[in-house]
Write a protein that binds this ligand. Structure first.
Ligand code: DC
Length: 228
């Protein structure tokens, strides 16, 4: 089989803090695929919602969608830049406030429908590793490889807490843990495309393994299934 000319899609889903984005980015670099961070797209919608003073859980979010123009660009190093109506919001969408708001806006079916084609289009043009919550179940149900990354909530909260500290926006660990659990509950219990593994997803629990080992396992899974 000529795998070189095929457009491949790899779906990586899982709860926040399981290490999806760092692992997916590193795997994409190693395999020369485009890394697509779909959480960043929901975050961009969330930022606009907050700026307009609309409560992210409120159905009024739907009325804001026609105002939202989202574009993405990729730096040569693979960094995904996000633009909201032309403004580069790549850094602005990384706050904890936007994380919580993204989880809330992503529960609206209209928001999910608004973003679906954009995500699928990206995967039509190029081989991608796409991370999110519903990539293997809804966005790319025909993906060549589906991986569901998990880790215990304490381990995930600790990683998020360290990341916030490194960005200079330190927060109380207990609060980060509470917010991690709140986001899990939102993402898993919503009616529209809830976070859950696809039936054919390979499960990988990273609670007890470090970054290097997790990456090795992911690369082995992808290589084993695609011949890359
Ligand atoms: O991956 P992240 O933490 O940047 O995602 C932010 C929120 O966006 C997350 O709490 C749920 C939502 N999301 C989603 O519903 N579906 C996706 N494919 C990606 C993110």
């Amino acid at each position: 089989m000529d795998t070189e000319k095929r457009i491949l899609s790899i779906a990586i889903d899982g709860p926040s803090g399981a290490g999806k984005s760092t692992l997916a980015r590193a795997a994409a670099k190693e395999l020369n695929l485009l890394y697509v961070d779909t959480g960043a797209i929901y975050r961009t919608v969330a930022l606009h919602t907050l700026r307009r003073g609309v409560e992210p859980r409120d159905a009024a979010v739907e009325a804001l969608l026609p105002e939202i123009g989202i574009t993405m660009e990729y730096d040569p190093g693979g960094l995904q830049r996000m633009f909201l109506n032309g403004e580069d919001v790549t850094t602005l969408i990384r706050t904890q406030e936007v994380s919580m708001a993204a989880s809330a806006v992503s529960a609206h079916p209209a928001v999910r429908a608004f973003l679906l084609e954009m995500q699928r289009d990206l995967a039509k043009r190029r081989s991608v590793i796409m991370d999110g919550r519903d990539i293997g179940t809804v966005v790319l149900p025909g993906a060549d490889v589906k991986i569901f990354l998990t880790a215990g909530s304490e381990a995930r909260a600790r990683r998020r807490w360290l990341e916030l500290q490194q960005r200079g926006t330190s927060k109380d660990f207990e609060q980060v843990l509470r917010e991690t659990r709140e986001r899990d509950a939102n993402d898993m219990n919503r009616a529209a495309a809830p976070l859950r593994p696809a039936e054919d997803a390979i499960m990988l629990d990273t609670t007890e393994i470090n970054f290097e080992e997790s990456l090795e396992r992911i690369l082995a899974i992808i290589r084993g299934r695609t011949g890359l």
